[in-house]
Design a protein around this ligand. Sequence first.
Ligand code: M6R
Length: 610
Amino acid sequence: MCGIVGYVGSASSAPILIDGLRRLEYRGYDSAGLAVHGSRAIEVRRAVGKLRNLEAALAERPLDGHVGIGHTRWATHGRPSEVNAHPHVAGPIAVVHNGIIENHLELRRRLVAAGCTIASDTDTELVAHLVHLEVERGKDLESAVRAALGEVRGAYAIAVLSSREPDRIVVAKASSPLVVGLGDGENFCASDIPALLPYTKRMLFLEDGEMAVIEAGAVQVTTIAGKPVERAPRVIDWSPVMAEKAGYKHFMLKEIFEQPRALEDTLRGRLDRENGDIHGHEIGLSDADARAIDRVVLLACGTSHHAALAGRYFIEALAKVSTSVEIASEFRGRDAVIRPGDLVIAVSQSGETLDTLIAAKEAKAKGAKVLSIVNVIDSAIPRMSDATFYTHAGPEIGVASTKCFSTQVANLLMFSIWLGRRRDTLSPARAAELVEGLARLPQTMKDVLSGTRQLVANLARRYVDARDVLFLGRGLSFPIALEGALKLKEISYVHAEGYAAGEMKHGPIALIDNRVPVFVLLPKDSHHERSLSNLQEAKAREAIVIGIATEGDEQARTVSDDLVEVPDIAEELTPFLTVLPLQLYAYYVADFKGTDVDQPRNLAKTVTVE
Ligand code: M6R
C-alpha cells in the first residue's frame, strides 16, 4: 500500500507534490519519488527511505514544471530500493501506482517477449510498459491507459504522465483509493483526502472501474470502458490543521488529545437528549428492520476489531441480540454461515482495509445487510454498504489508531441504544442516562487526559525497559486490555499481551514474575470484585501491578504498586476513560525508546493487501 499524488496547474508542482506526499507518508514510507514534466521531457527523482531523502535529492537536482506525479511506497513486489521506487518510466510514460497487479508474472513474460527491458522487480513498471506499447501503436494517452488496463487484473490506483501530452495526468482506479481535488485553474489527485486539504476542499471520488483525465482547467471522468460519468463534487469539511501536528511532537500524541473533540463531533446531531434516544436515520434501518434482526456479526481488523468487541458487549447487553465478532481475515478464510436476517457491521477507520472489505462483500453476497462504521467518507467499504454510520474523528495520521477507536466505540454504543429502544429491551430511563453520559463524555475525557498525562509518562519512564507487559480486563475492559497491548506492541516493539483476566489462571499466569508490569483494568463495574481477585493473583506472583481503577477505590490502591484513577462513570462508558492512560503509556514508552512513533517499522496506516 502506497500513497500517490498528482498536480496540474500553473504553480511549480514539486513542492505541492512533496507536501501531499508528506501527508500520505502514513500509507508507506520505504521510498518515494516524483516525475515532473520539464521543458522537454519528463524528469524523475527517486530515493530510498523517508521523504526527507527525496527532498535531499531534489535539493541537489531540483525539478521544475507545472505538471507532476508523486509516490510514497510500501513495498509489495520487490524490496525497497531506488530502482523499485516509483515513478516507473517506459519511453515517454511515467506511472505511479498503489495496489497489486495480480497477473504480473504473465504480463512480465509477455512484455519481455515483446522486447521490453524491465528494470525493476515491481508490478507497476509493467503498467508503464503496457501504456508505452499502446502509445507506440498511435493511441493518445487516455486511450492507451484504457487499453493497457484492459490487460491488467488486480487492485490499482494509478496516475500516468506522457511527455507527448504535457498538460494532463490520466488516473484510474480499481479497488485502491483515489480522489480528485478540484481547484481554481489547477487540479489534483491523491490517495487520500488529507494530501489535498491545504489546496482544495472540493473533491471528486472515483468509483472502481473509472478513470479521469485531469487538466488545469477541466477534469473528465469516464469508465475505463469509455462511458462518460457525471459525478458531482463533494465538499470536505476537514480543515488542513486537522491533518497537521498543531505543536505536538507526534501525530499520535495530538490524536490522543484530540479525542474529546473527535467524540464531540461524532456525537453531534445524534444524541436525542429530549427523548433519551439516538437520531438513527444514518443507520439505514426502519424500526421494523431493527426488530427483525436475528443476529449481528461484526467484522473488523486490529484496533477496529477491539472496538467491535466492545460493540458486542453493548449490543447484547442493551439490545439483547446475539452478536459475534469476527477478525475479517479469518471470516474470509472459512465458509461462515450468514443468513438473510443477519445484520453485518463492518468497522474500519480507513474504509479501505482489504480484509474487511472483502469479508463484508462476502457477507453481502450471502444475503446480509451491511452497515458500516467508517471514518473516511466515500471510501470503499461505505460504497459497498447498505448504510454507513460515519465516525467524525477527522483525519487520523498516526499509524497507531487512537481517536478513531474512541469514536468507533461511541458509534457502536449509539447504535446499541438505538436498537435497544426499538426492540424494547432498553428502558427509556436507562437510555436517557446513557445519552446524558455520552453528552458529558468529551469533558470527562479531557479531564482524564490532563489529569493522568504526567503520572503515566512517569510510569512509562520507570518501566520503559520491561521486556514483557501484560494487560488484564474483564467484560468491557477485556477489549481495552487487548487494545493497550496492541498499542504498546506496534509503536514501542515491546512484547505485550492482552488477556481476559479470568483466563490468566489457565496458562498465561506462568509468565508472571517480578520483572513483568501487569496493567489490571478494574473500574467499578459488575466485574470489579473478580478483577480485584485477579489483581491479587498477579501480585501474589510478584508482578509489578498497575491498577487502572475508579477514583476512591481503596482496595485497588492497597494492592496496586501504581494506580491510575479515572472518574466514576456508567459501566458502558468506562472504556472511553480506561483506554486513555493505556494509549498514553504506549506513546511515552515509544517516545522514550526513540522509535518512529507515527510510522512504526513494518506497518502502514491502511492495509490494502490481503
Ligand atoms: O482502517 P482500519 O480500521 O480498517 O484498520 C484496521 C487495522 O489495520 C488498524 O486498526 C491497525 O490495527 C492499527 N494500526 C492499530 O493501531
